[in-house]
Design a protein around this ligand. Structure first.
Ligand SMILES: [Zn+2]
Length: 376
């Protein structure tokens, strides 16, 4: 049941209006196109409220009238649909080894993508680099239609580890202050998120977990992270660091981790752990060396997934990340049959992401879109 503005204090009326706008855009994104009457039924809003919101959305270019549906008798209703070209969002994934970006339209379709190396990790250099990259894209796609910038990077944020930094993490982005400066500088909302959570949201918007309400996303990149989606929403925890899957202990007698514990999953399953392993082998680049690493990584992952399933009872777990597709596919095959858990006997316990290596930057681009189109 939706609250009507009349039942709320005046200060909340605009919040309700914004929420109702998002609710309508959400329905249109899910269903393609709907008439005003169908929108009223789907959202529970009154026809006058619907008419007002649609006019707002038409004026702002976020929806359009798609013509009349064929009808046997009477005047057929005009269909409303999301105007894909009505807005776009930039998603940018950054770590110490480089960046990649995706530009997505309001419907979540990719319209451009690219990659490169970052030019320095100091806060000032990074700020200039991020601002220049965004402004170049905004100039090309129209600053007025920009929904914002989604910026993703390995977590955790504002955490104090005793040892060396998280693999791939850029110190200047592990606190939120640089993002506040960037927001002021480029004049649009900047959504900072850890790469795993962003990739999970991208997967929910347009991947194998499309509209799945309870799932866990395993992000394999320089480190390994996790994204938790519960009741259709990301679960971020108290400080935005929920899902730090890479620090799940799979062998307390294992190698020391930079978090201070020993035998964390990330010590076995991550691109940095693959390179470390290869460096200790006589022929590190060989197929045999990669196979040996995969066997150990798959075993560690399979142990960790039992805990995820028992803890969260997710509809599915998605394996993805910034690691090469072919490596993830081999890892997926290596995990094979899932170990027993509360999900024993269920179908589709583990799925391979189909969003490719840009899953995190794509997920980043969905953050501003979700902010505009999700009622949650
Ligand atoms: Zn650890």
């Amino acid at each position: 049941m939706l609250e009507s503005p009349a039942n709320l204090p005046a200060s909340n009326a605009s919040d309700v209006r914004r929420r109702n706008r998002r609710l309508m855009l959400h329905e249109l994104r899910l269903r393609g196109s709907l008439s005003r009457a169908e929108l009223a039924r789907a959202t529970g809003l009154t026809p006058p409220a619907i008419a007002g919101i649609i006019q707002d959305l038409l004026d702002s270019g976020l929806v359009r009238e798609a013509g009349r549906r064929k009808s046997a008798r009477g005047q057929p209703p005009i269909e409303i649909e999301i105007a894909r070209e009505g807005g776009y969002a930039v998603g940018l994934r950054v770590d110490t080894r480089g960046y990649d970006f995706v530009v997505s339209d309001l419907g979540g379709e990719v319209v451009a993508s690219g990659q490169g190396e970052i030019q320095g990790e100091e806060p000032e250099e990074l700020l200039e680099f991020l601002a220049a990259l965004y402004e170049g894209l905004a100039e090309k796609y129209g600053a007025g239609r920009s929904l914002g910038l989604g910026l993703v990077t390995p977590g955790p944020f504002d955490a104090i580890w005793p040892g060396i930094p998280t693999p791939g993490a850029i110190a200047a982005l592990q606190t939120r202050s640089l993002v506040e400066t960037l927001t002021t500088r480029i004049g649009v909302d900047v959504f900072l998120e850890n790469d795993a959570t962003a990739a999970a949201l991208g997967e929910r918007l347009n991947g194998v977990a499309r509209e799945v309400n309870h799932f866990f996303y395993v992000f394999v990149g320089e480190g390994v992270g996790g994204g938790i989606v519960m009741k259709g929403e990301p679960y971020r925890g108290e400080s935005g660091n929920a899902g730090e899957f890479g620090h799940l202990i799979v062998d307390p007698t294992g190698p020391r981790c930079y978090c201070g514990n020993s035998g964390c999953l990330g010590q076995y399953l991550s691109l940095s752990s693959l390179r470390q392993f290869q460096a200790t082998q006589p022929d590190g680049a060989s197929e045999a060396a990669q196979e040996a690493w995969l066997a150990s990584a798959a075993r560690a992952l399979s142990l960790a997934l039992v805990t995820v399933e028992n803890l969260l009872d997710p509809e599915m777990i998605v394996l993805g990340g910034a690691a090469p597709r072919q490596l993830l596919a081999r890892l997926f095959d290596r995990v094979g049959e899932m170990r027993p858990s509360v999900r024993l006997g269920r179908q589709r316990r583990l799925l391979l992401s189909d969003l490719g290596e840009r899953s995190a930057s794509y997920g980043a681009s969905t953050l501003p879109i979700i902010a505009v189109t999700s009622p949650f």
